[in-house]
Design a protein around this ligand. Structure first.
Ligand code: BES
Ligand code: MN
Ligand code: ZN
Length: 499
């Protein structure tokens, strides 16, 4: 697929389809009015006069110029009121428009840059959001459909048209960043959508190491023997019920530098979560193929960070295993050793994410990190608390948490805090071990984080993406299934790290 920026007058050249973003109640996009009107010979004006298109957020109207202008199709897309415009509205509009056209079978698109000229928004940010929205919105997971060509048409070319020569560099940079970030988000979606039989811990490690070669990152994959040698008793305990051996994946970009300090991303990599001996009900258990979405976000973000060659030292860590019941599986009541030396009493084998993360977080200490962010589909309780519209954020460092929140707002990946007070730690005290792996129903998302906190001794932020990692309703720039949650946020966080 090609993504490009082109200086020109939108609508002036032949194209299969041109997407034009319009603000509510406004006639034509700023600065391009004359070019557009000339090219489309008043067609747009007529439509706006009749009042069939008002520019409300997400509205679309497809026009056929029938020779009055060079493009075969013009798709108007509403951006809502100018004063309420945000970059996420650009993504949503671009996603809806791109998807509508792809559904018609149009695979080569031209688009205006949504939001260009709005005070406070840079042209590169607008271009980036427009490209992200289009690529994310036209994503389809069709790898396992055998009727490809038919149902599985893919976007072939996206041309971003702009008319101000002076903005060329900014727009080009934004388009390129948008392409890289979107591609990486789609990689995360592909990994998360892949079924448990296709993406085992081994498969996840292979995907990560292939990605690392492409993006020029260092990658180490530890197998079962090495995991034993390192002493990751917690990861091994969860793995016991599975025929598939575990993996521990280490990705690395850049070099340690005293000045800025190392960032570590940790992603939960349960390639399928049946609950283990504390087995889950069958209803919607298939969704637990997504239980490695934290890992997918780390792989995706590391790809983007490598491709953008960000000036930072960033490490990605992924503990990967299935969680299955079996004669050898770990059991409620078991007490297990961990890399940190602390012991865990297993109350519920379905609280396996925090168990494998305990070892990964202990491993992260080796980098003497300035900030560690873990991402995990950790608790159903987080979905109860925040629904599907925000990722839960908890941590031990206000400064890093504020940075993550800022990155979330900038990328349309909203996070919302839950308290992590000492009292919550009472709920996970064990009579027989150092900590137990569940704290009962009250505050379930928080006691999950409180458990993780026992294994960190550095600035740390936990992101519970259980509600945001996948969706059962189509969204403006995401079809049903994995969302790629976390990729854009992590990349933005790493970009801003030096500032
Ligand atoms: N992977 C699940 C959490 C989850 C649930 C993610 C629903 C996405 C949607 C996790 O491993 C789990 O089973 N958590 C338990 C913890 C409990 C036993 C303390 C839960 O949330 O019920
Ligand atoms: Mn579980
Ligand atoms: Zn799980």
């Amino acid at each position: 697929m090609t993504v490009e920026a082109k200086l020109g007058r939108v609508g002036a050249d032949a194209a299969d389809a041109v997407i034009v973003g319009l603000f509510e109640g406004e006639r034509l996009p700023d600065g391009r009015a004359t070019a557009m009107e000339n090219a489309l010979k008043g067609l747009l004006s007529d439509v706006l006069d009749i009042g069939d298109f008002k520019g409300k957020k997400g509205d679309t109207l497809l026009l056929y110029p029938r020779g009055a202008a060079p493009p075969k199709r013009v798709l108007l897309v509403g951006l809502g009121p100018r004063e309420r415009f945000t970059l996420d509205i650009a993504r949503q509009a671009a996603g809806k428009a791109g998807r509508a056209l792809l559904d018609l079978g149009v695979t080569r698109l031209m688009t205006t840059v949504h939001g260009l000229g709005i005070t406070g928004l840079s042209p590169d940010a607008c271009a980036q959001a427009t490209v992200e929205g289009t690529l994310l919105g036209t994503y389809r997971f069709s790898e396992f459909k055998t009727d490809n060509g038919q149902n599985g048409k893919r976007l072939d070319r996206l041309t971003v048209v702009y008319s101000h020569r002076g903005r060329a560099r900014a727009i080009q940079a934004g388009v390129e960043t948008g392409r890289i970030v979107a591609d990486s988000t789609l990689l995360a979606r592909d990994l998360s959508n892949a079924p448990g039989n296709a993406l085992t811990p081994r498969g996840l490690a292979d995907a990560a190491s292939k990605m690392a070669k492409r993006a020029h990152l260092a990658c180490q994959v530890f197998g079962k023997k090495e995991i034993e040698k390192i002493g990751m008793g917690a990861l091994l305990a969860v793995n016991r019920g599975s025929e598939e051996p575990p993996r521990f994946i280490v990705l690395e970009h850049g070099q340690p530098s005293g000045k800025q300090g190392t960032i570590v991303f940790v992603g939960k990599g349960i390639t399928f979560d049946s609950g283990g001996i504390s087995i889950k009900p069958g209803d919607r258990m298939e969704e637990m193929k997504h239980d490695m979405s934290g890992a997918a976000a780390v792989v995706g973000a590391m790809q983007a960070i490598g491709a953008l060659n960000l000036p930072a030292h960033v490490v990605g860590l992924i503990p990967a295993t299935e969680n299955l019941p079996d004669g050898r599986a770990y059991k409620p009541g078991d007490i297990i050793p961990t890399l940190a030396g602390k012991t865990i009493e297993v109350i519920n084998t379905d609280a396996e994410g925090r168990v494998v993360l305990a070892d990964a977080l202990a491993y992260a200490a080796r980098y003497k990190p300035a900030a560690v962010i873990d991402l995990a589909t950790l608790t159903g309780a987080c979905v109860v608390a925040l629904g599907h519209h925000a990722t839960g954020i908890m941590g031990n460092d206000e400064v890093v948490m504020a940075r993550v929140q800022r990155a979330g707002n900038a990328t349309g990946e909203r996070v919302w805090p839950l308290p992590l007070w000492d009292e919550y730690h009472e709920q996970i005290k064990s009579e027989v071990a150092d900590v137990k792996n569940t704290g009962g129903r009250p505050g379930g998302a928080i006691t999950g984080a409180a458990f993780l906190q026992k294994f960190v001794d550095y600035p740390w932020v936990h992101l519970d993406i259980a509600g945001t990692a996948y969706t059962d309703r189509e969204q403006p720039y995401c079809p049903k299934g994995a969302t790629g949650a976390g990729v854009r946020l992590l990349v933005q966080f790493a970009k801003d790290w030096g500032k």
